[in-house]
Ligand binder design. Structure first.
Ligand code: TYM
Length: 332
């Protein structure tokens, strides 16, 4: 049965990279797949981020990430939506997958190398991270995984793990494919320093729940095309963050206007940023107002996650029974 799975870490406030790169696809595919669309706040992955993990805040961040997804349009009545730590089968399958995954493959993962390179002592969990991710997906025999481009390598590894398991223990899992948001593969950070990323901190991100004045303060000072030194210099909107963001937030006439204006020096960067802000407001203000409603009624979020965990386990349990039998455990 075709099935969608995706996960998002509760390591910080969700940003427009998460939103355009993945979360909007969760909603779109949720409309199509209904209860065969399964989404998860992956709180078990969070402690592998040494800088961003704080046990005193994990529960709150998990709640906030769930709330943000619901405010973005994810309807927990339509899809299955839960927190990973409420479904212990994820870790059980993850453990079994560690046995068939070569350490060399894990050491090749770009995200591992990036994160491990900054640490003196590397926790084994950081290396095992993509194994747990494979278990997240395959526990539901999902074949479709909406993610941003940075996760593609992990999905390829998931396919390898599925292949290897099937070859060793008999046909069990599908080989899932990543679904990318074509217009938002890798959204750049507002500080101009590579990909927008929760782990790089506040200066890199525009939060979807961030107050408008704070978003504006970041946009106001955001770098633009470095060739455009003076207001009268023509610029190249394809080399400009603000140009990239316009493609996400603005309507076509505005995009044409600012692109043309930039190339001919007909519009200054500040005006271009102000026009971008209109699109930002149009997209994010309704979302933020839904978030405020949910915050006033937190049980809606908690109840949704409780129901979601129950439904997820109904799928996960029989899959684990099948796996246990194939792997050869004693059945009582
Ligand atoms: P995470 O929490 O870092 O990010 C959540 C989703 O947002 C996408 N994303 C971006 N897309 C475009 N531009 C960006 N700048 C950008 N930044 C983030 C990510 O690609 C992701 O889709 N390992 C995963 C979580 C995970 C998972 C899973 C995903 C755990 N188990 C199973 C899919 C299936 C992660 O760290 O995502």
């Amino acid at each position: 049965m075709p099935r969608v799975f995706s996960g998002i870490q509760p390591t910080g406030d969700p940003h427009i990279g998460n939103y355009f790169g993945a979360m909007r696809n969760y909603v779109r595919l949720g409309e199509e797949y209904g209860k065969n669309a399964i989404y998860c706040v992956v709180d078990l992955h969070a402690p592998t981020n040494p800088g961003a993990y704080d046990p005193a805040r994990l529960a709150e961040r998990t709640f906030e990430m769930a709330l943000a997804n619901m405010a973005s349009g994810l309807d927990p009545e339509k899809v299955i939506f839960f927190a990973q730590s409420h479904v212990p089968e994820h870790t059980e399958l993850g453990w079994l997958f560690t046995v068939i995954t070569p350490v060399g493959e894990l050491e090749r993962m770009t995200q591992y190398k990036d994160k491990a390179g900054k640490l003196e002592s590397i926790p084994a969990g950081l290396l095992m991270y993509p194994v747990l991710q494979a278990a997240d997906i395959l526990l539901y025999k999902a074949d479709t995984v909406p993610v941003g481009e940075d996760q593609v390598q992990h999905i390829e590894l998931t396919r390898e793990i599925a292949r290897k398991f099937n070859a060793s223990f008999g046909e069990t899992f599908p080989e899932p494919k990543a679904v990318l948001a074509k217009d938002a593969l890798r959204i750049p950070g507002v500080d101009g320093d590579g990909k927008m990323s929760k782990s790089k901190g506040d200066a890199s991100t525009l939060g979807i729940l961030e107050p408008m004045d704070s978003i504006w303060q970041k946009l106001r000072v955001a770098p633009t095309d470095p060739a455009r030194v003076r207001r009268t210099d023509p610029g190249d909107p394809d080399k400009c963050l603000i140009g990239d963001y316009h493609k996400l937030f603005s309507d076509l006439p505005t995009i044409e206007l600012v692109y043309q204006g930039c190339r001919t020096a007909g519009i200054g960067c500040v005006d271009c940023k102000k026009m971008l802000m209109q699109g930002v407001r149009r997209e994010l203000e309704p979302l933020q107002s839904r978030a405020a409603d949910l915050r006033a009624d937190p049980d809606r979020v908690r109840d949704a996650l409780a129901t979601g965990a129950r439904l997820a386990r109904e799928i996960a349990r029989p899959v684990m029974e099948e796996v246990r039998e194939k792997v050869g455990f004693l059945k009582l």
